[in-house]
Design a protein around this ligand. Structure first.
Ligand code: NI
Length: 143
């Protein structure tokens, strides 16, 4: 059996969003989503943590080259979301309510295959929307 290790890469991005259900009135949305339902958008400085799991290579002493991990996250996620409107401009968020929960699942779906191809397994996508609010997604498994 190989030695399984967990590696986490942190990336930051700034983006605008609005959390709302289109069929609801602004008042209903305000009641459920609070200030994040502002019809004229607002922004957050998000912090994204991507954790992968893989075998320790006896040859390199690495699980995955951090530069490879960084480039995958940049290409698949950061370049598409940074300084964008999550509701309007991000292809993988189309048609979804721009909650941090939906964002975490969408980012997972964008990264999973690419990381597998790079030889490791996606373990967790964690997003801090604010210092106080964090969402974690571990894929379709019980935890
Ligand atoms: Ni918000």
């Amino acid at each position: 059996m190989g030695q399984k290790l967990y590696l986490t890469r942190r990336e930051k991005f700034s983006a605008a969003h609005r959390m709302y259900v289109p069929e609801w009135t602004d008042e209903q949305n305000l009641e459920v989503f609070g200030k994040c339902s502002n019809p004229n958008w607002h922004g957050h400085d998000y912090v994204l943590y991507v954790t992968v799991r893989g075998d320790l290579s006896g040859e390199t002493g690495l699980v995955i080259n951090m530069n490879v991990l960084k480039e995958i996250i940049r290409e698949k996620i950061i370049d598409k979301v940074d300084h964008r409107n999550l509701n309007l401009e991000v292809d993988f968020m189309k048609g979804m309510n721009a909650t941090t929960e939906n964002l975490a699942v969408a980012i997972w779906n964008e990264l999973e295959e690419a990381l597998k191809s790079a030889g490791c397994e996606l373990y967790c996508v964690k997003i801090e929307e604010t210092e106080n609010n964090t969402v974690e997604y571990y894929g379709k498994k019980d935890h």
